[in-house]
Design a binder for this molecule. Sequence first.
Ligand SMILES: Cc1cc2nc3c(=O)[nH]c(=O)nc-3n(C[C@H](O)[C@H](O)[C@H](O)COP(=O)(O)O)c2cc1C
Length: 204
Amino acid sequence: MTGFPEKRKLRIIVGISGGSGIIYGIRLLEVLRQLGIESHLVITPAAKITLAAETDWEVSKVEKLATVSYRINDIAAEISSGSYPVDAMVIIPCSMHTMGAIASGVSDNLLTRSAEVTLKERRPLVLVPRETPLTIIHIENMAKLAHAGAIIAPAMPAFYHRPKSIDDIVDHMVGKVLDLLKIENNLFKRWTGASSFLVQESDQ
Ligand SMILES: Cc1cc2nc3c(=O)[nH]c(=O)nc-3n(C[C@H](O)[C@H](O)[C@H](O)COP(=O)(O)O)c2cc1C
């Protein structure tokens, strides 16, 4: 007996807040499921509005993608305590409201409380903000969270992989998040240098 918990699956908290780009969160849940990784989902009320505005998904279908789904006000849920073993947390998309609440230590719902716990337990916390332009308040909140150990990974599409569809753009972002969590994935075409398309000096 070591006192350590028995071997278990990777366990990740997925928070979905009311920033635009809820499809990123849905895709992350799909991929975690495909990879056999345990996902613990918290969706904010505002995210249910963006879900209806931006997709044809129903809330219940999104919740079914997760291993466990919690009510936002269930402040006594297991993920609200640092004693419950969790490997990492991602908030995708992360609204400026949720970002500000976490940065100020306001943990008045299960999402912000779980993020606070993730930080205090020194576990990886990846935040995927989506807003433009940014105010100095947004920027200072991000800096504060980065100082506290969070990884700020804004939803900023790249074009070097020549995306052909929205799915390509979404998979690129989700793949980057998985990379940050050191979860192997082939969701996007990686940069392999410029030699394949640059004209060599000798060819000119
Ligand atoms: C369609 C729609 C799109 C939104 N897009 C953003 C956004 O990109 N970024 C953001 O920070 N807030 C956005 N908001 C505003 C947030 O949903 C709002 O600030 C909300 O209070 C966030 O609450 P939450 O952090 O608890 O989810 C959007 C709202 C709606 C209805």
